[in-house]
Design a protein around this ligand. Structure first.
Ligand SMILES: Cc1cc2nc3c(=O)[nH]c(=O)nc-3n(C[C@H](O)[C@H](O)[C@H](O)COP(=O)(O)OP(=O)(O)OC[C@H]3O[C@@H](n4cnc5c(N)ncnc54)[C@H](O)[C@@H]3O)c2cc1C
Length: 480
């Protein structure tokens, strides 16, 4: 019998379309392994909400492997050390894995390769997380793209991504190494259990991922182009946590979407719009590979001199959804209660924090990192810098979202805001997004006393806008 090999799962928690697993399975017996390396990433080690998801996703992956006559071996500790122990325990002669793109992933992979070679084994790394590898997309002069539209145009000119690979047959080793118990890792919150009820909202794992993809393509994608900006409508895919944990590959999404275009050509433009959002995920991951400092430093160096403020009571009001601006508060409460926030509302709350409250984008980035189920180093950092004005290809700083206008435009009927800010549910539409303008009688009829049942605005929009523009203006005198 050939020696076994190790398949090292990371953020690729699936069995289908996993080129590294296919290659591993072709060599002989495979030992599937996940290592809970809780300090990996340092400041960017996995946040609380993501840990909840990870627990359930690993549970499902373990069950799926058992169905195939295999197992998921769980180990906790530093990745390279645990892999070395596993090589020694099992006599495996190769470690297979999918490439990851966080700034720490490349050095870790190099360390694992060197360790494996010292132990007389090998390390093999495969693509599987992106549609296009970062090195394969370049401008005509060979430099990386910093602007999305030409980037995505260039991607679409490359060879189409290969068709997804099926689940391989995985043979078991003669002897299994020991495994830890998932329950002992305490990935789920206990006291308090802030994730209570999340299991009815989300189905982590490969099955839930493909059900979400199919459900979206069978139904809501047709209105994606027009509906994706309206948070009360079910027109976005909610695939982001599945993609983040690799329960679904972007190739599977790509090919399923292309299939839909063939059978329903009339949905072509909506499908292309959806795929271009997958393109944004690619773009963010390409950028973080090329500019690994992106999560920590402003792309536009001038922003290192921006006169950020830090007022804990304002930050805390933002985090708790108590700013007095209903659409902002709805978004922040959706985030806390579900681990997710609609994209349009993410932009509104991020603009509010960085521009109305003049709070550093890193404060928001860190809060999202802990609270989002889809917290992704590249997309989160890129998006915060984009909204905050310091990013590559960023929104112009002077574009300051008016939270009242955003609410009235994208949640006109108030269904989203009323759901997450129920204390305002009885206010008429006219005042829902500007309750401080409602006559006393209207407020009383809706059972709202501002300052008691719902906060008065923590900042005045016009004054905050002027202050933000003045702060931005102060950068103009700084040399780039
Ligand atoms: C301040 C801020 C922070 C964000 N942080 C994250 C994050 O940590 N993780 C994350 O996955 N997305 C992040 N986004 C991007 C976007 O909001 C989410 O990807 C999207 O809301 C997920 O919902 P969906 O799956 O229904 O998206 P859909 O609209 O159905 O899009 C399909 C997929 O495309 C990708 N995608 C869509 N929009 C973007 C985008 N703007 N940037 C990158 N990828 C995108 C996601 O993988 C998404 O699942 C952030 C946006 C903002 C404004």
């Amino acid at each position: 019998m050939p020696k076994p090999v190790i398949y090292w799962f990371r953020q690729d928690l699936r069995l289908a379309d996993l080129p590294g697993l296919v290659a591993a399975a072709a060599t002989g017996p495979v030992i599937p392994v996940f290592i809970w390396d809780e300090n990996l990433g340092g400041e960017w080690c996995m946040g609380g909400a993501s840990q909840w998801w990870l627990h359930h996703s690993l549970e499902q992956l373990g069950d799926d492997l058992e169905q195939l006559g295999s197992r998921l071996i769980l180990r906790r500790g530093e990745s390279c050390e645990q892999l070395e122990l596993l090589l020694a325990d099992t006599g495996a002669d190769c470690i297979f894995a999918s490439r990851q793109y966080q700034p720490w992933a490349g050095p870790l992979e190099a360390e694992v390769k060197a360790m494996a070679q010292r132990c007389g084994a090998d390390f093999k790394r495969y693509a599987g997380t992106l549609l296009f590898e970062p090195e394969s997309v370049r401008t005509g002069s060979g430099t990386p793209f910093k602007v999305f539209t030409p980037f995505w145009r260039a991607c679409l000119k490359l060879d189409a991504p290969a068709a997804p690979a099926p689940v391989p047959e995985i043979s078991a080793p003669d002897v299994w190494p020991s495994s830890e118990a998932l329950a002992q890792w305490s990935l789920q919150p206990r006291k308090p259990d802030w994730a209570a009820g999340w299991s009815s909202l989300w189905q982590p794992g490969e099955t839930g991922a493909s059900q979400s993809l199919n459900g979206f393509l069978d139904g809501h994608v047709s209105d994606y182009g027009t509906g994706r900006d309206f948070p009360a409508q079910p027109n976005t895919s909610r695939l982001s946590p599945h993609l983040k944990f690799g329960e679904l590959s972007p190739r599977q999404v790509w090919w399923a979407a292309q299939g839909l275009k063939q059978t329903h050509p009339e949905q072509g433009s909506s499908v292309d719009k959806f795929l271009s959002e997958i393109g944004w995920r690619e773009f963010c991951n390409h950028l973080v590979t090329l500019f690994p400092e992106m999560p920590d430093q402003a792309f536009n160096g001038k922003f290192e001199y921006f006169p950020w403020r830090s007022e804990p009571h304002l930050i805390s009001a933002w985090q708790q959804g108590m700013t007095g601006y209903p659409i902002v508060d709805a978004g922040m409460r959706e985030l806390w209660q579900t681990g997710f926030m609609h994209n349009r509302v993410r932009m509104v709350v991020a603009s509010f924090l960085t521009k109305h409250l003049l709070t550093h984008w890193r404060i928001g980035q860190q809060w999202f990192w802990d609270c989002l189920l889809d917290a992704d180093l590249a997309s989160n950092a890129y998006s915060w810098q984009w909204v905050g004005g310091s990013g590559a290809d960023a929104a112009p700083y002077f574009r300051i979202f008016n939270p009242v206008a955003q609410g009235e435009k994208f949640d006109k009927s108030g269904a989203y805001t009323r759901r997450w800010v129920p204390e305002l549910a009885e206010l008429p539409d006219k005042f829902l997004h500007r309750p401080w303008e409602a006559p006393d009688l209207t407020l009383a009829a809706a059972g709202v006393e501002l300052g008691r049942d719902y906060p008065k605005p923590i900042v005045d929009h016009r004054e905050a806008r002027e202050a933000a523009l003045a702060a931005y203006g102060s950068l103009k005198t700084i040399a780039a």
